[in-house]
Design a protein around this ligand. Sequence first.
Ligand code: C2E
Ligand code: CA
Ligand code: CA
Length: 575
Amino acid sequence: MTMDGVTRLDIGAKHEWNFRRTILIVDDEPVNLRLLDNILGDEYDIDFAQSADEAINIVQTEKDAISLVLLDLHMPGRSGFAVLDIMREDKDLQNIPVIVVTTDKDAEVESLKRGAVDFLGKPYDKPEVIKARIGRAIELFIDRAIIGATGLDRLTGLMTRDFFFQYCQEYDKFHPEQQVDAVIINFSKFHLINDLYGRNFGDMVLKSMAEGARTVARAYGGVACRDNADSFYLYIEHQKDYEYLKKTVTNKLYTTINNTNVRLRIGIYPDFYRSCTLQQRFDRALHACNSISRNAHDTEVSIYDNKMHEKELYEEQLLADIGDALTHNQINVIFQPKYDVSGDAPVLCSSEALIRWKHPKFGYVPPDLFIPLFEENGQIKELDRYVWRETAHQIRRWKDMYGVTMPVSVNISRAEIFAPDLIDFLTGIVVENGLENSDISLEITETAYTDSVNNIVDAVAEIRNHGFKVAMDDFGKGYSSLNMLTNLPIDSLKLDMAFIKDIAIDNKEMHIVEFILDVAKFLGVPVIAEGVESREQYLLLKESGCNIIQGYYFSRPLTSSEFGSLIEKSVSSTR
Ligand code: C2E
Ligand code: CA
Ligand code: CA
């Protein structure tokens, strides 16, 4: 079947996958039982009851197994109404659909009132009619079960994540041959919508995204759910391309948010062979999704491929090897000098500690690659603290060797900012090495601030109250509002490298840098420019009032002994 040029799975199929359903037939005449068994036995498992009492007993004991009751009203003893009444009163039974068999029009109305969903005439209608009515009633039952309170997300009306996974698992069981796609749709930087326009509007945006997800799921005979505020999962029949999917979700979204600046990231894992578990498939879809930059300029679709698989294996290896790396001295700390350029000649004033990993098999592993990995994995704490401890030792050693204290800034991962023992740890290494708290400053990325504004302001204030300095790293990359900036507890701003890269006299990047320098002046904090690679950049920055410069122009990051020589030179030149 096609619709909008899209392959379409028979919607009815979503109701077939489950299992062979069981129907309870209640009729006192054996001949009727046999007749119905003949018509329905191919498609359904049949249970029989020959009286109301027997029927009640069976629905109560087998309520989870029975999908429908076909109920004759006229039986010796209690009538069919008794069965209806008892089922309607019982919350476990009231969702099981009952089709009443009768010739009496008045009885039809009465049965409706008592909860029956449909009627069949006696003598029995044509087999096709019976089958169609039963099929429809069972679909209704499934839909109703799906709409059960726990299965639905309150805001969007989509399935909840748990329910979704159950549903997919069932689907897999009964459609082992079907090729399927696991899809994750993520709204980049959704929290900004809430921050800028308020929660109510944010909810509307999520609802319109849900509408898009639902539309696609329906068109592809699949299902959709919402997970974690701004992520949507789809489980659909495998598609050759994803244009319709992308168009549908973005267009629905634009009905609410009339701003084509919003970006969706769509990750897909097509599984032709069902070679991994459902969870793994969605993990891979997420991996594909996360491979798209949050700062991408357009809604993008990424399909999990071999390269990603290899990357995943590589990352798994890194995760497995980090323990050894720490105990076998594969992890090192190096130091990149920072120069104070406010005077006539640049003066070495501090440095940034940067982590290095020399892996025995892979060689040098860039921190941009493994830091996010360990952040996700929760192991970053160990790494960060290793760097901080080494740094404190090193400041001590230099102090002993050259008689000066060289302050160092260390990076801190956002999750670590909230660690309850953070201050204790920092104070511990300072005391151990006979340093001052102000000898160590922490570089916190601007995105960490913009991602959790309220909490972070308090946490950072606490850090500063103890005398440690805090720099906002990669400034300009996030979206700090001016209002937020003025309330921020910080000691310095580090300009994001991307601005520096393209600065030239009077160009856009230069204007942004000048604007940031003005903001910093207003806040009364110095600005550090990093990634300065050329003399031109250095001079432009110096002239516009930038205070401190870090970058290849002055020096690459250095080993501790190389850096020591630099301190020595600097000390002797000032004597
Ligand atoms: P970052 O904090 O922004 O660090 C600056 C990065 O810029 C460093 O890369 C540095 O080597 C590089 N860099 C410095 N000057 C120049 C230049 O002139 N040109 C260019 N192109 N690059 C320059 P690195 O060492 O590869 O670190 C990358 C990122 O990894 C860091 O960015 C930081 O976010 C993270 N990182 C490094 N060490 C640690 C650590 O100990 N803990 C944590 N949590 N993150 C770390
Ligand atoms: Ca940094
Ligand atoms: Ca930086």
